[in-house]
Design a protein around this ligand. Structure first.
Ligand SMILES: Cc1cc2nc3c(=O)[nH]c(=O)nc-3n(C[C@H](O)[C@H](O)[C@H](O)COP(=O)(O)O)c2cc1C
Length: 420
């Protein structure tokens, strides 16, 4: 019987443990988590979601305060089109986050950045271009283009000196999305170096409609592998979504996958960015406490704990401070939903908004508890303390459990006394 460590992911000149820890915004896949994945010989991801905000927390910068100061006059205005990101600030914040992470890197693995293309930031092309290029300038080793895959992304960086040296990957949830991307980017003469195939059980935003349950990761992965073979395209395929044990991973690797991308099991590690009280909610979750809903203003379904404080919260839109989801015209679905409720409830101190959420604010404050389908199994991966809470894990423990476990087993951590 094989384990994940019997396989290797080959990316350019690199030979890696075939485990990618997926990007989790906003700063859930924190630098510390990505650094552990790289130290252990795999691939870690930081996220490029809301990096100025992340930088403020990580480096005590004041990007958010300065932006709010600049646009304070517009706070009560429902038209947010004037709220623009300063490109120099965006480049600086990205460079700071990426270079500090790269400088801290140890070990044979790689650090990539997950780029959420659905963050349209009131100027989709310009902001995406700046984010990608600043990350490349600051030495990132790879970029995974995610949610809202922009078909012209390669063209935004094709004149960058590192265009052919940085590993470029895309996340797709269907063969059709892959075909469209390859067609559109063919002109740049550059294929993706890897394709993450994200199935319907993943955390974060889903690349499916509300009929997500009718799809299955293994089927989509097989379809993509068969098509690539028929086209004689040698692009490593990396399935993601619901791969919970080393044995789940081996099943994909034996069927021809180059690696697996995993995330949910790392949400309860010390190195993950989630606060510990939130991690306890993930650990105690039951299957019926998890839902896929449509409250994300991106328009994509999103999986989360039903107990997320973000659900129903009617906070005033915070676009002057954040504004990451404003489209090219300065609109966001949450602003519309919020204004509708305010108009329906004149004089109310606080409205409830059930159909959309202010994702920027709630992701920033760790109040939107997005998670993978198998979050309810996390309690089986650790030990319970006497007070009913669960022991957090080290990223090393989870990584090595994926790497070495066989026979669907999950290794429990060493017992730590809860009174220690
Ligand atoms: C808490 C959380 C946040 C996530 N955020 C993102 C994100 O910002 N961008 C992205 O491309 N994928 C995101 N994902 C998806 C993961 O990167 C990964 O592909 C997927 O969750 C793997 O499935 P698993 O969680 O069942 O292991 C997120 C997943 C989780 C659990």
């Amino acid at each position: 019987m094989k384990c994940v460590d019997d396989f290797r992911l080959r990316l350019g000149k690199h030979e890696l443990v075939p485990i990618m820890v997926g990007g989790m915004g906003v700063d859930i896949s924190a630098a510390e988590l990505s650094l552990e994945a790289a130290r252990l010989g795999g691939v870690g991801h930081i996220s490029d979601a809301m990096v100025p905000t992340v930088s403020d927390r990580r480096f005590k910068t004041k990007y958010v305060k300065d932006k709010l100061q600049q646009y304070k006059f517009n706070v009560a205005n429902s038209d947010k089109s004037v709220v623009q990101f300063n490109m120099d600030m965006l480049a600086e914040a990205t460079a700071r986050h990426v270079s500090a992470t790269m400088e801290a890197k140890r070990g044979p693995g790689l650090i990539f950045i997950n780029c959420m293309e659905k963050l349209t930031m009131n100027a989709p092309r310009e902001t995406l271009r700046v984010r990608l290029r600043a990350a490349m300038d600051a030495g990132i080793e790879g970029i995974t283009l995610a949610a809202g895959l922009h078909l012209g992304s390669f063209a935004l960086i094709e004149d960058h000196p590192r265009f052919r040296d940085v590993h470029l990957g895309i996340i797709v949830s269907s063969l059709r999305a892959l075909q469209l991307f390859l067609k559109k980017s063919a002109r740049t003469g550059r294929l993706p170096d890897y394709v993450v195939v994200e199935g319907p059980l993943a955390g974060g935003h889903l690349g499916f409609g509300m009929d997500w349950a009718e799809y299955d990761l293994a089927t989509i992965t097989n379809e993509i592998q068969a098509w690539l073979k028929a086209e004689q395209l040698e692009i490593p395929v990396i399935p993601a979504g619901g791969i919970f044990t080393g044995t789940d991973a081996v099943n994909f690797l034996e069927a021809g996958a180059a690696a697996v991308q995993v995330a949910t099991r790392f949400t309860v590690t010390h190195e993950c960015g989630l606060p510990e009280d939130v991690q306890q909610h993930y650990l105690t979750a039951e299957e019926d406490g998890i839902e896929v809903n449509q409250i994300s203003p991106t328009g994509y379904p999103m999986r989360m704990l039903k107990s997320s404080p973000a659900i129903g919260d009617g906070i005033r839109p915070n676009c002057e401070a954040y504004g990451y989801l404003l489209d090219a015209k300065g609109n966001c679905q949450y602003i519309e939903a919020y204004n509708r409720e305010v108009a329906l409830h004149p004089g109310a101190k606080r409205v409830k908004v059930m159909d959309k959420t202010c994702l920027c604010t709630h992701m920033r404050n760790f109040e939107c508890w997005t998670c993978g389908h198998y979050t309810y199994r996390l309690k089986d991966t650790t030990r319970q303390n006497e007070d009913g809470s669960y022991q957090l894990l080290t990223a090393e423990h989870v990584f090595q459990d994926y790497q070495f476990s066989k026979d669907n087993k999950i290794a429990l951590p060493e017992l730590i006394s809860s009174t220690a």
